[in-house]
Design a protein around this ligand. Sequence first.
Ligand code: HEM
Length: 208
Amino acid sequence: MNFPTTRQVRWLIKPVWFLACLAPFVWLTLAVFGLAGLSLGADPIEETQDFIGIWALRLLLVTLALTPLRLLTGQVWLIQLRRMTGLYVLFYVSIHFLNYLIPDQGLDLGAITEDIVERSFITLGIAALTCLIVLGITSTHGWRRRLGRRWQKLHRLVYAIGILACTHFWWQVKLDTLEPTIYAGILAVLLGVRVYFRLIKNRKAQQS
Ligand code: HEM
């Protein structure tokens, strides 16, 4: 018998994965209300921005890791977690964006426009969010059917989102670039594995 079976993926792995992806949001909610001994510290707005931003990036990298992991391990079910994880990225980036718009900028449209134009890392963040919204909307079966072959091409935007997100992180760091370098390195490895498998596939196609 195959492990895991379709039933196990549907009724066990997916719900567990759903709860795991929700954990940062639960942590944030508890910290906002000062429950379970958690707190957001002296600057709750910045702490929320950073905490949610980093989790959005981590889950984005997890989304990008699922296909290489499937290719390396042959575990096809991993692909079934991709849509849910990607939608969680959109969820966390939306909170990150709303935290910036409302508590941070007080919905001051003038200041926000100035920020988007003058601070390059904000411009990149907005570009990444826009692409994520497009992917989120078109992630359904209906859109997949409607777009046919173009769906796959459109969803390659996720690689651009990875690059935008890592650069966004890098550009907003003032001194210590170690953390963004590590995330950018992970992204480079994940994209490299895909390129490697693509080259192998092309070579096999040429030989046959
Ligand atoms: C895919 C989209 C995005 C991802 C993955 C992302 C991720 C991140 C990460 C990892 C950080 C740094 C956290 C840390 O220092 O520990 C960050 C900071 C930040 N991001 Fe984003 N972000 C995205 C989009 C946006 C958008 C759309 C905005 C607002 C327009 C935004 C505004 C900010 C701000 C203001 C900071 C904090 C800068 C500071 O602490 O000085 N981000 N983001």
